[in-house]
Write a protein that binds this ligand. Structure first.
Ligand SMILES: C[S@@+](CC[C@H](N)C(=O)[O-])C[C@H]1O[C@@H](n2cnc3c(N)ncnc32)[C@H](O)[C@@H]1O
Length: 235
């Protein structure tokens, strides 16, 4: 299937229903995580994800209960701390830019900054150094991509048989044109089709930018994060 056909085949109602279920099934915990994140003073700044996107990441973590999360694009750590608050997962995060990570006490055993800072090396070497220890990376059941990475095979190789990938910038927030988040999700779908794996895409709507999808009695959730759930059924 071509990327154009894939785009027209995806249905934003998938994501509307997913968001409503995830938010309404976890409202108190979701609100608690948002309040705790506010206390960390990592409030939205240039390059960090918006409150609506934070709420979506948290809601997905509360629903999926991931064990190992890979993140591409750490920046100050706003998304990494959101996922740490909303799950018991170990989070392995990398960033090819300057280290801007804000260290907050109590999380260093669960948020691991990867020394192979570029995602390609991170995914291919599958090694993680921490002080004098040298460990193999786990297989991931959740991935958050908030940087440039377009190799679907790398991601499939690094992940469990079933995994959930969220990609920021499904649409460009300024031009509303399809953006890098949509591109990696469509690449994963193409890879899944070629290998006869099962997948389901949860796109966003341009109308959700900037405030998010309005969930009744809660507010805006998910401004520009697309999601794909994958299952390697023949592997
Ligand atoms: C938008 S910022 C991330 C914001 C962060 N998720 C937050 O909420 O605070 C994107 C980051 O991704 C990094 N980046 C872009 N492409 C990358 C790649 N292929 N591998 C690793 N880091 C990458 C950039 O250096 C930048 O710091």
């Amino acid at each position: 299937m071509s990327q154009n056909n894939l785009v027209t085949a995806v249905n934003v109602n998938n994501n509307r229903k997913y968001i409503s279920d995830a938010v309404n099934g976890n409202k108190d915990q979701l609100q608690w995580c948002l309040d705790e994140l506010d206390k960390m003073n990592l409030n939205k700044q240039k390059n960090s994800i918006s409150r609506g996107d934070v709420a979506f990441l948290i809601a997905v973590c509360l629903k999926e209960k991931p064990k190992s999360i890979m993140e591409i694009g750490t920046w100050v750590g706003r998304s990494a701390y959101s996922m740490a608050l909303a799950s018991d997962a170990n989070i392995y995060t990398c960033d090819s830019g300057n280290n801007m990570f804000v260290d907050i006490e109590g999380y260093s055993d669960r948020i691991h900054l990867h020394p192979n800072t570029h995602s390609t090396r991170f995914l291919k070497t599958a090694e993680y150094h921490r002080q004098i220890h040298r460990n193999t990376l786990p297989k991931f059941d959740m991935v958050f991509v908030d940087g440039y990475h377009d190799d679907a095979e790398d991601i499939f190789d690094a992940c469990e048989d079933s995994f959930t990938l969220i990609a920021h910038d499904y649409f460009d927030v300024n031009t509303l044109e399809p953006c890098k988040g949509q591109s990696i999700i469509l690449k994963l779908a193409e890879y899944a089709i070629a290998h006869k794996h099962k997948y389901s895409i949860y796109p966003t709507s341009r109308n959700w930018i900037p405030k998010g999808y309005p969930v009744y009695d809660f507010g805006g959730v998910n401004a520009c994060c697309g999601m794909i759930k994958v299952s390697k059924i023949n592997g």
